[in-house]
Structures are given as structure tokens and as C-alpha cells.
Ligand binder design. Sequence first.
Ligand code: 13P
Length: 254
Amino acid sequence: MANRLTPLVAGNWKMNGLRADLAQVAAIRDAVAAGAVAGAEILVCPPATLLAAAAQLCAGTPVAIGGQDCSPDAYGAHTGDISAEMLKDAGASYVIVGHSERRIDHGESDARVAAKAAAALRAGLKVILCVGETEAERTAGQAEARVAAQLEQSLPPEQAAAGRLAVAYEPVWAIGTGVTPSPRDVVAMHGFLRQRLKTLLTDGEVVRLLYGGSVKPGNAAELLRSPDVNGALVGGASLKAAEFLAIAKAVSQH
Ligand SMILES: O=C(CO)COP(=O)(O)O
């Protein structure tokens, strides 16, 4: 049975954006409020410095704001870290955990990612959990095994996750490179992830599966049209409202 889940189109600004760029958030908000992307849920994840201001701009509108990471701890002596409670307090409703840039740059293990996801759910946030293989793993024929292991080991506890979990498939080699898997490969991996999710979670059928990695206005419709692709996690192309909205339109119309 094919899923017909409301697609989620999420922008991950990564370490980009100064206060002047809040104009992009306002432009996204205005277009969404005017009905430009009816049929898709829109989320912007700015850097932590802009989160409260972005949330204020979007308060009372359908545009959600999210964090890009959170601590597994609620508070305490963890210099530089931000807790899920703080994100929530600043106006976030989502947080991304387990992005490959965090796994690689900060040595985050699957267990730590699972603890972050659990902390986010405890704080009342929704979670986008990222998984994805490296180029070497794909070349070695280990893409599915790698992604399955990451999924299993970084999932938060099932009860907490119900209705509040999305999984993003982001092949590391497709992030920021302009190279994407073929639409066929995306369909195959998402189908595989759907089966794994159904085995692991009672509501695995309705967990949204996002694709991320060099999504652009020109390839969004083709990459995202499979029933098991329930949205996108967009990096570089989410920094400009016009590009992000073009992707969201392509997703909402398929
Ligand atoms: O990592 C990504 C989103 O989280 C994808 O980034 P790009 O869209 O810039 O390839």
C-alpha cells in the first residue's frame, strides 16, 4: 500500500545566515501564508543564533522552525551545547539529529544520536533523524547495511517517537556535491528504509522519509516523486527563499 503522507520540506541552513538573512524566512513565511505550497509542511532550521528571531517571525503561521542539533542532556555544564528544552523555549518545534556533518565533525556515535533524539522527544520536539552511507560504503555494496544499522541504533524509544519522528536519507556523497543518486536508487533505498521502519516500529508505515543531498529546484520533482519519498531535507538551496519555495512547490504538486 503506497503511503500518502503530507510531505515535509525542510531547509537546513547549517552554519549559514546572519540577521539580514531573516528576510528569507519572512519571504518563505509570506509565500506559505499566501498558499503557494499548499499540500506540504514547511520547516526552516536556521543556525541557533537566529532561531528565536525566526520563530518570532513565523509565530502563528504554518511555517515551523527547527534546530540543527541538541544535547542529550536537559541542562548543565556542557559549554557550547544547546538543549532540546532551550530550542523549544526559543520557539522551535523540530530538531535535526544525527546529520552526517555532526557525526563526522563531532564524532557522534549512533548511541549519542539516539540519546539526542530521546531528549528532543522528551522536550516536546519533533525529530528528523538522519542516516546515510559514505561513497566508500556504497562502492563496497554496503549502503543498505550501513543505513539499516544507523537506523536501528539511532532510533529513539518507540513509545516516545510515535507520530513525531521523520527519517532523512542523506547519502554523504550527495551532500553539497551536486551529485545525486538516480531516482531509481532513491526509490530503492526509501523502499528498503520503509520496510525496516515497519519492522522496527508499529507506526513505521507513517514515518515520513525525507531525501536529502543536492536537492535543487531542477531535480526535486524527479527525485521526490516516489510514494516512499515524503519530502526533502534541503541544504544549500534552502538559503534563498525563491529556490526553497520552488523545491517546496515541486514536492507539493507531485
Ligand atoms: O545535508 C543536507 C541537508 O541536511 C543537504 O545539503 P545540500 O542540499 O547542500 O546538498
